[in-house]
Design a protein around this ligand. Structure first.
Ligand code: ZN
Length: 212
């Protein structure tokens, strides 16, 4: 169902990375995040021709250039094979972390996406949005590298968003998504590096806890 309104927190204007974008790229980001067909997971079908018709003198080539610039800076992830795009920061900027029903809708929308890679990217960001003590997220470039290296799935059990959630003896977790884990815990001095990050699902990460 198309949205009649979008919500965006004013704190986006305190986001250094956003403030450092070119004015045209900021317009494109705000354009994407306010689209009526953006779903609860922050996912949008790629409709370049239609998007190019929303401003005078805007061409499809311009839209591609804007998307490339946003992707290079970690503001969108584009899946060209599935013609779908994820608006990075959507959960954070829409402030949905504290709204269980919206989180559940986001979870369902992620599972329904045709894109294997975007499901993983969106799942990681959703996990960060629902975390009780939000960790400082790693730079988006590094996050993308870790996801690619680990095949967009849990390195512990192979689960990926959209897979069924196996029942565990201790009961199902209320939420399951992908998370970035510090192999050597940050509290014990583990660095924010490619080698020290791994993709785990909520279940594997909870089981691991702050152990090495
Ligand atoms: Zn797992």
């Amino acid at each position: 169902m198309a949205r009649g309104h979008g919500r965006i927190l004013t704190s986006i204007w305190e986001d250094e990375d956003f403030l450092n974008l070119d004015e045209r790229d900021q317009r494109m980001y705000l354009f994407l995040i306010s689209q009526p067909n953006l779903n609860h997971a922050g996912l949008l079908p790629l409709t370049l021709r239609r998007w190019s018709e929303t401003a005078r003198h805007l061409t499809e080539g311009d839209v591609w250039n804007r998307l490339d610039a946003l992707e290079a800076r970690g503001f969108v992830v584009v899946d060209h094979a599935d013609d779908e795009l994820f608006v990075c920061g959507y959960f954070r900027h829409a402030g949905i972390g504290g709204q269980p029903r919206v989180v559940a809708a986001a979870y369902d929308a992620i599972a329904a996406s045709a894109s294997f890679t975007l499901r993983a990217v969106a799942s990681i960001e959703l996990s960060e949005a629902v975390a009780k003590a939000p960790a400082t997220p790693p730079p988006s470039g590094l996050r993308a590298e870790v996801l690619r290296r680990d095949g967009w799935q849990c390195r512990g059990c192979g689960w990926s968003p959209g897979d069924p959630i196996p029942s565990a003896p201790s009961g199902r977790p209320l939420y399951r998504g992908l998370e970035l884990d510090h192999i050597h815990p940050r509290l014990l001095g583990g660095p924010d590096s490619l080698e020290n990050f791994q993709v785990l699902c909520t279940t594997c990460n909870t089981r691991k806890g702050a152990r090495i």
